[in-house]
Design a protein around this ligand. Sequence first.
Ligand code: FUB
Length: 327
Amino acid sequence: MEKLTKPNHPLVEHIYTADPSAHVFEGKIYIYPSHDLDHDGPSNDNGDQYAMEDYHVLSMENVESACVDHGEVLHLKDIPWAKKQLWAPDAAYKNNTYYLFFPAKDQNDIFRIGVATSSSPAGPFAPQENYIPGSFSIDPAVLVDDNDKAYVYFGGLWGGQLEKWQTGTFDPNAEGPAESEPALGPIIAELSEDMLSFKGKPEEIKIVDEDGKPILAGDEDRRFFEGPWVHKYNGYYYLSYSTGTTHCIVYAISENPQGPYVYKGKILTPVEGWTTHHSIVKFEDKWYLFYHDCSLSGGVNHKRSVKYTELTYNEDGTIQTIDPYQT
Ligand code: FUB
């Protein structure tokens, strides 16, 4: 019998999945996760344990129906430029085409962002020959705005290499800013009409507090670490992300896709496991947070499972904090 889906339970249990990017395509919920490998190798701060080699696509007719695994839709061996580590992907629809955006290390062990295309949201996806020129770091998330302009947000510290790009070129020895300096923000790039390249130079997004002061690098409860996601609610852009070392999903709001974004608060308290990574999607008339944790593997950081829970806005547009173990 088909297993129905429940909030705060793994969507699937036959494989480990992480970093869910959820979208509504063709009236269904499609989830584009990382596919965690079931290996027992060592872990380090560089993230070598996240050694993923392929992507699967998941879908659900609605939030209660069984979750379907559409199988492998793209494999590392078929991506000419990529050497290893297929990390958190996202998908977008434009030009009658589905685009899968994904990070991977190139032949020089530098993270880049690639694109693959399909005529179906369930794949399979055919990769471009090369990565997006000028792309770097990890965790792409794409917003196709109401005016049809498309933006990709990306970036992640440490294993995600964002701090190595502060001068505009890759410096393997570069470290992040001092604690009293503004934190590094995620990066935004507008995509070309065909979605395969950047229109202009990628720019850093500023995240500020309610007084307009930059969030500092030492403010680990609020500063950007990785996993940016942007959605729109009541005409405002909501940028949400992981705080990494303090393990929360937090958010900031702006009137413009490029920011500056004003820090607002916490969406998700720490989950079991080191990483936390999410997406936010509206399905029918409700909003949902897709996230992952390591409960299925008994707490192994690189063996994660995708889950979902409902997300609630207050009347003033702020988001209620979710503790997924208290619902
Ligand atoms: O899955 C590998 C990395 O872990 C992702 O790219 C990060 O966001 C973190 O979830």
